[in-house]
Design a binder for this molecule. Structure first.
Ligand code: ING
Length: 309
């Protein structure tokens, strides 16, 4: 048994006016509660340090730089790294990364119990649009503010197992899980900021949003025999509601724990990484069962190519 006692550290809303210091204090409170609950590993949401700023249009993209971190850890986040190390807890969290070369990514880091950053991921599937869209009831400008990730979907040896990360929209794409599944991943952590309503289809409300969210996680976990830990930034940010639904999904695709609020909340489960073994050695023994000679469409074309009339 290789148990990782995992805490999904859901964050409630972060208002545009909230400072990083205020947010880090909330994250530290969740970390201390996780420590009291004897957790080994703490998972925070996507863009955990700020409001979900891609809902706001900045004509000059440089005005969005205020939401980005140029150092990790930096002055605002160092207390988080110090507290995690003192608690001998590993963690992941998402943040907006501005590199020394001036590139902008929606990123997350994997921090070992030593406090050392042992992995980084940059969000690959960017939803939404790059220009202001008057047709939408609200904007979703990730394509404006971020480059697509350039690190692939790496898997890291950490926490006594094989750990991977993805971010929000990535969870809707089966390729995300399978690329990590083909590296033997045993736990995938992800954060998300998911509006409760569809900016293009007012009829699609929170129930449908929650259905698609859980369906994606459960399928990815089962089809790659891996744990999936998904953590929301939830609640109403400056009038914009976002779904909760933080949950921990086991390698059979069963949701073993989930949040019940849209506030700061810890969702805890004991995740035995050895529980991934059976699926990887039987139904999803990729080496025995996959037939890659028939999968070429997946990497040889981007969009749909229909059969000729
Ligand atoms: N947010 C949303 C998500 O993928 C979205 C965007 C919502 C896309 C609903 C499609 C449907 O959960 C982020 N940040 O990716």
């Amino acid at each position: 048994m290789r148990n990782v006692r995992t805490a999904a550290a859901q964050l409630g809303p972060i208002q545009r006016a909230d400072s990083r210091a205020e947010v880090v204090q909330r994250m530290l409170a969740l970390l201390q509660r996780a420590k009291r609950e004897r957790c080994d590993f703490l998972v925070f949401p996507e863009l955990a340090l700020t409001t979900f700023f891609p809902r706001w249009y900045h004509e000059d993209r440089r005005d969005a730089d205020q939401w980005f971190e140029t150092q990790m850890p930096g002055p605002a986040t160092q207390p988080l790294f110090d507290a995690a190390r003192e608690a001998a807890m590993g963690m992941t969290f998402g943040y907006a990364e501005l590199t020394p070369e001036g590139e902008h990514f929606n990123s997350s880091v994997l921090v070992e119990r030593s406090g050392e950053i042992v992995g980084k991921y940059r969000k690959i599937h960017l939803p939404g649009h790059a220009e202001f869209d008057p047709e939408r009831s609200f904007q979703h400008l990730e394509k404006r503010y971020f480059l697509p990730g350039d690190l692939g979907f790496p898997v890291f040896r950490a926490m006594g197992g094989l750990m991977g990360m993805c971010i929000c929209n990535d969870r809707r794409w089966p390729e995300t899980y399978r690329v990590m599944g083909l590296q033997g991943v045993e736990m995938i952590t992800l954060g998300f900021n998911t509006p409760s309503v569809n900016s293009q289809n007012p009829d699609e409300g929170p129930q449908m949003r929650m259905h698609h969210h859980k369906l994606s996680l459960q399928a990815g976990a089962y089809q790659n025999s891996t744990w999936v830990v998904a953590v929301a930034k939830a609640g109403v940010e400056d009038g914009h509601p976002m779904v909760g639904g933080s949950c921990i999904v086991d390698p059979n695709g069963i949701i073993v724990a989930e949040s019940t609020s849209e506030e700061d909340e810890l969702v805890i489960a004991d995740c035995d990484l050895d529980a991934t073994r059976f699926g990887k050695q039987t139904i999803f023994d990729f080496k025995r069962h996959r037939r890659i000679e028939h999968y070429t469409n997946i990497t040889s074309q981007v969009g749909v190519v229909e059969p000729a009339e």
